[in-house]
Write a protein that binds this ligand. Structure first.
Ligand SMILES: N[C@@H](CCC(=O)N[C@@H](CS)C(=O)NCC(=O)O)C(=O)O
Length: 212
């Protein structure tokens, strides 16, 4: 079995990869990278991941970055784990499309809203506002979809649900008001009750205690 080391930060988007690892049920070590202290820019961390981001997964010493790519690799290695259940090649292609879409459209919009100072050296307020404008139609679309089915895919939980959960809860941390989005509120409860998510949160809590 490969030796896995996850570089992460409790509460950050690395929670998606951590939940995927928990769903797979494989052994892995986790190392917290304190982004608030700029540890992602230290020579030590850049020697692990020159891109200076989390999550980063070392697989027998080889580096894999990007939530979408890590999740896809885990799914390919452990298809029985149910990270991305699919009936055929078309559904698999659709899942890849959805992963790329959450990663390249939702994720940056949420970050603009929650962490506007990463996007401008000037006044962060308009960037935050623009993030909110970009998030609004995404949330409206999600709300409509979840009115018809409890999970992103009709047949049940997938790691996309966890990724979407991270996006909308992070938007809320950026003071995006989620009230009135009742189907998203229900989805939020369901995702939070998922066993792999509960284990990931427990592991994040343990990492948080070690950091402080
Ligand atoms: N597209 C990347 C985004 C990774 C990312 O932006 N991670 C943030 C934490 S959520 C980070 O490492 N930020 C540190 C920085 O930008 O300096 C992925 O999905 O893995």
């Amino acid at each position: 079995m490969a030796e896995l080391v996850l570089y992460h930060l409790p509460g950050a988007c690395s929670r998606v990869t951590m939940t995927a690892l928990e769903q797979v049920g494989t052994d892995y070590a986790d190392r917290a990278v304190n982004l608030m202290r700029g540890e992602q820019r230290t020579p030590e961390y850049l020697s692990v991941n020159p891109r200076g981001k989390i999550p980063a997964l070392l697989v027998d010493g080889r580096l894999l970055t990007e939530n979408a790519a890590i999740v896809w690799w885990l799914h390919t290695e452990h298809p029985q784990a149910g990270l991305l259940p699919a009936a055929d090649a078309w559904e698999r292609a659709q899942q890849r499309s959805d992963l790329f879409w959450v990663s390249s459209v939702w994720h940056p919009s949420v970050r603009a809203n929650m962490m506007p100072i990463r996007w401008t050296t000037g006044d962060p307020a308009p960037v935050r506002e623009r993030g909110k404008q970009l998030i609004a139609p995404l949330l409206a679309r999600l709300e409509t979809r979840l009115a018809a089915q409890p999970w992103w895919y009709r047949d049940g939980w997938s790691i996309i649900d966890t990724y979407l959960y991270w996006c909308y809860t992070t938007a809320e941390e950026g003071e995006y008001d989620l009230s009135g989005l009742d189907h998203i509120a229900d989805h939020r409860r369901r995702v939070a009750e998922h066993p792999a998510f509960i284990r990931a949160i427990a592991r994040e809590d343990a990492a948080r205690r070690k950091m402080s």
